[in-house]
Design a protein around this ligand. Structure first.
Ligand code: TRP
Length: 335
């Protein structure tokens, strides 16, 4: 066991899909065996662009928890906590806001891109500053390792800038800098072959999908448009083969399939049937566990409660140091 702390977070905005599975969940299963791990369900961050739909956010807190438990994240090994129930996070965010400038935040490429996608004519302040609240998420738990996708790198850079500034100005080493853990599998392409898998783009296979839905989605997947007849040579550089390479246990077999597809003689339907079977085998047990856990609301609430309690206890010494460093301990008799 290393003594470095791993923390990551998810916005509760939708059920998780295969892209999350290969991009982050599998990684977290390995990490929880080696490190003290925290997963923060970032409901406050989700509200920054969903403040008009709080019931969706609440619903998805539970959906996320179900996905975690179903893939094997173990609450005994990984502390699963809820952002909105940890007031220390809001406190640290407030202190951090003094240490960032509007200019710096404006340059954050991820926020810029997201704001453009949302088509804001004027960006809500809460959304604009969410990287600062994310910096607090990371720093409050003294996390040095943060498993994230590439789009999150600007937020980690911002976190480290804030942490360095904090330690420099207040003359302490109260907070730790962090580094990303990027997952090996790059972002998974969607079933349409166009962009990364995303529920809102309608090109995702969910961990909660039933077998028929999985089959239908696979049958509708994009392949090589030039591969019209079975005997035409096909380009295996398409999402169906990409998924097979990732999810099929027998890599040699997939290489053979690829070469017969390139030569011609292997039909799309046959390849898709193979993929559909592999994905159903992967997702069925996850979905079954999901259903089992979803029938036990009491247990789910207990997991979130005790995870959040553990997280607050872990954060207590840090927030105390921060207050002392900032001379905010005015009510302490010994100062
Ligand atoms: N911004 C992250 C995302 O959209 C979620 C997140 C919130 C997070 N707090 C975090 C990630 C802390 C890593 C560390 O995926």
């Amino acid at each position: 066991m290393s003594n470095q702390i791993v923390l990551t977070g998810d916005r509760p905005t939708g059920a998780l899909h295969l892209g999350h599975y290969v991009g982050s969940l599998q990684n977290r299963l390995t990490l929880q065996e080696k490190y003290e791990c925290f997963i923060l369900i970032a409901d406050i961050q989700a509200l920054t662009d969903n403040f008009d739909d709080p019931t969706k956010v609440k619903f998805n807190v539970h959906q996320l928890l179900l996905d975690y438990l179903a893939v094997g994240i173990d609450p005994k090994k990984t502390t699963i906590c809820v952002q909105s129930q940890i007031p220390e996070l809001f406190e640290l965010t407030t202190y951090f806001l003094n240490l960032v400038t509007i200019n710096n935040l404006e340059r954050n490429p991820t926020v810029k891109h997201e704001a453009e996608q949302k088509g804001y004519d004027s960006i809500p302040a809460g959304f604009f500053i969410y990287p600062v609240s994310q910096a607090a998420d990371i720093a409050l738990f003294q996390s040095e390792l943060v498993p994230v996708g590439e789009d999150q790198l600007p937020h980690l850079e911002e976190t480290n800038r804030i942490v360095r500034k904090f330690n420099r100005i207040y003359g302490v080493d109260a907070l730790k800098e962090c580094q990303p853990i990027l997952s090996e599998t790059k972002r998974l392409v969607g079933t349409d072959g166009k962009s990364k898998m995303s529920k809102s783009l309608g090109n995702a296979i969910l961990l909660s999908d039933n077998n028929d839905t999985i089959h239908q989605k696979v049958m509708g997947m994009f392949t090589d448009p030039k591969h019209q007849k079975v005997n035409d040579p096909g380009d295996p550089n398409n999402p169906v083969f990409e998924y097979l390479t990732i999810f099929h246990p027998d890599k040699n077999y997939i290489e053979e399939l690829k070469s017969s597809y390139s030569k011609g003689g292997l039909g799309d339907v046959k390849v898709k049937n193979i993929l559909s079977e592999v994905l159903i085998e992967l997702i069925s047990p996850i979905r079954e566990k999901r259903i089992q856990y979803s029938n036990d609301m009491f247990m789910m609430t207990q997991i979130l409660k005790s995870g959040t309690e553990t997280a607050r206890q872990a954060a207590a010494p840090t927030i105390k140091n921060v207050r002392r460093a900032m001379h905010l301990n005015v009510l302490d008799v010994l100062g």
